[in-house]
Design a protein around this ligand. Structure first.
Ligand code: HEC
Length: 311
């Protein structure tokens, strides 16, 4: 380990020295009003060599810098081949629908999704009638009425998803002091997005020898600090999908991740469709513009212009 540090320091010094040398040299060149091409062959070769060594040194320092970070225990989520990952691929809406079921039956016990309303599901994962009946399953506090009293009524399409806890303090009190974050934008709010969430949900394991986990916390190598306050929320057959898909751990995790990606980025499909249209249109327009430009300039380009000095 010590020799690695020495090497890193040596390379650091070199990489500081060489660029300053280059700067000085180019300054001298500038002062002497010379350019690179006016130098002799040997000097040019020497300067280029210094340049290449400096770039290589900087690359090595960068690699070494990243190799000595003290986050050995934290795993970085791998990138998974999501069906919506492609440049032109839409979300898998069957998966979004199953993901809603997972959120509703599992995650919603602890996590709110304050920014999503039942009407947002229409045309994405559910029909209007289905979304209406989903909303009606909940009693929503409304009011005040004419007498100043609050009352409850069945949910409507315009209602946002109900919260599991009335306030963050109640949420902490019920979860050993840990606050379950709102999941509306979680796929954008965590580095790695759905890759991270999938890894987190499927990545629970026993802590390695010598690592003590406090009571009420769980070891998860993907979580920053490795000790998370969320018990493993899903397992094989935790629920039964309405569409009959086998609810394995990874299937459930994948579906809820696709749902959370949609929630964070409802414009996902439109964005890609619009991108495709723009690329197609701009290709056609550029071709036409290029042709027009050539057409206009051919008159000038085929003409020979001669400057005749006044007599
Ligand atoms: C029993 C309650 C409970 C359930 C059920 C639950 N969670 Fe959590 N979740 C928590 C708590 C508590 C935290 C905060 C953990 C912490 O900060 O240590 C958390 C944190 C998270 C985080 C954030 C991790 C981070 O990087 O900060 C995500 C993402 C998450 N949960 C997703 C889910 C999903 C998806 C489900 C449903 C499949 C789910 N949770 C079900 C309690 C729960």
């Amino acid at each position: 380990m010590a020799s690695l540090y020495l090497l890193a320091i040596a390379v650091l010094i070199l990489s500081l020295l060489i660029p300053s040398l280059i700067l000085t040299l180019s300054f001298l060149l500038f002062q002497a009003n010379m350019s690179f091409s006016s130098l002799s062959r040997g000097r040019r070769l020497a300067l280029s060599t210094i340049g290449v060594i400096a770039a290589g040194g900087a690359g090595l320092v960068f690699a070494l810098h990243n190799s000595v970070k003290a986050t050995d225990l934290e795993l970085h989520a791998p990138s998974y081949p999501w069906s919506h990952g492609g440049f032109l691929s839409s979300l898998d809406h069957g998966s979004v629908r199953r993901g809603y079921q997972v959120y509703r039956q599992v995650c919603a016990a602890c996590h709110s999704m304050d920014y999503i309303a039942f009407r947002n599901l229409i045309g994405v994962s559910h029909t209007e009638a289905e979304a209406k009946s989903l909303a009606e399953e909940f009693e929503i506090l409304d009011g005040p009425d004419d007498n100043g009293e609050m009352f409850t009524r069945p949910g409507k399409l315009s209602d946002h998803f109900p919260k599991p806890y009335p306030n963050p303090e109640a949420a902490r009190a019920a979860n050993n002091g840990a606050l379950p974050p709102d999941l509306s934008y979680i796929a954008n709010a965590r580095h790695g997005g759905e890759d991270y969430i999938f890894s987190l949900l499927t990545g629970y394991c026993d802590p390695p020898a010598g690592v003590e986990i406090r009571e009420g916390l769980y070891f998860n190598p993907y979580f920053a600090g490795q000790a998370i306050g969320m018990a493993p929320p899903i397992y094989n057959e935790i629920l039964e999908y309405d569409d009959g898909t086998p609810a394995t751990l990874s299937q459930v995790a994948k579906d809820v991740c696709t749902f959370l990606r949609w929630a964070s980025e409802p414009e996902h499909d439109d964005r890609k469709r619009m991108g495709l249209k723009i690329i197609l249109m701009s290709t056609m327009v550029s071709a036409v513009l290029y042709y027009m430009k050539r057409h206009r300039w051919t008159v000038l380009k085929s003409r020979k212009m001669v400057y005749k000095p006044p007599k």
